[in-house]
Design a protein around this ligand. Sequence first.
Ligand code: NAD
Ligand code: UDP
Length: 315
Amino acid sequence: MRAVVSGGAGFLGSHLSDLLIEKGWKVLCLDNFATGREENVAHLAGNPQFELVRHDVTQPITVEGSADAVLHFACPASPVDYLRLPIETLEVGSLGTRNMLELAQAKEARFLLASTSECYGDPEVSPQPETYWGHVNPIGVRSCYDEGKRCAETLFFDYLRQHTLKIKVVRIFNTYGPRMHPNDGRVVSNFIVQALRGEDITLYGDGSQTRAFCYVDDLIEGMIRMMGTSDEVTGPLNIGNPHEITVRELAEQIVRLTGTRSQIVFRPLPVDDPTQRCPDISKASSLLGWSPRVSLKDGLHNTIAYFANMLENAE
Ligand code: NAD
Ligand code: UDP
């Protein structure tokens, strides 16, 4: 079995590639390194099951040989990254998705989209079920990402209706773990790196906004299970951890776990920052028999160890 993983050198794509390879798949990783890093897949170099091609998915591509699955993970994913690359982000969601759909169609491959909870925008319903259509600002600074992913989902379902492609759409909620980029600006990486460096921990707003954090291993397990479902199962399907906490509680927990002397300081809340986010995972539980297993404490412990090691080696 052979899979094409776009964005395979990123945080999630590299973990996904690892698990696929462990399960005996061959993996062709397509990445332009806009936000990913070669070191995320350095351990796979020389592995005959793994191939890395530098490619921008907004450009069409043909792939030699067969492909049984295409998993489309390419996209700047952190607010800091997509605010820096707004047009590129919208293009990955639209053009990039179209190109990957064409590839999947040509290979008659199963196609999974790494979509996002951002499709729900700043939700007025909580927890968010897949049936909720969302509350998204179409012209705001986050729109390039939110609307890009919503466009990607639309394309998926139009390809299903027009070409009977085998599609799977997964809406990923905030996921964290080793291989996050230390400068991606996401809350878990920011707080841990700040705590380990003894710098101020920057809480945006009053920290009362909520998120629900899923450890990477749980997420990837859910993805693989979704890939294994029958053709009628298209999603969209929420995958995330329903343990909802405030961002302030997250900061306090990271302070406790790292034993840092860093102070928590308050900074302005970014524009259109969602006030709450929590997945309703009842569909994933019943369809896949899946639910997250790793506690926030254990997941943070592993992530702190990863960043501590990285910072030590950088010195
Ligand atoms: P990431 O930035 O680590 O990975 C994205 C990868 O895509 C990077 O390797 C980057 O270089 C690559 N990429 C970007 N633009 C590209 C292009 N035009 N052509 C080829 N490659 C390109 O982010 P991540 O957290 O691993 O996210 C992976 C996917 O999961 C994204 O599609 C993201 O929207 C989705 N997602 C992630 C989360 C999360 O919490 N991590 C939440 C929701 C959705
Ligand atoms: N956040 C914060 N301090 C930081 C980085 C982020 O308080 O240094 C907040 C951010 O405002 C948001 C939440 O943490 O409310 C999650 O932000 P992140 O960028 O990780 O992802 P989002 O869920 O917003 O896409």
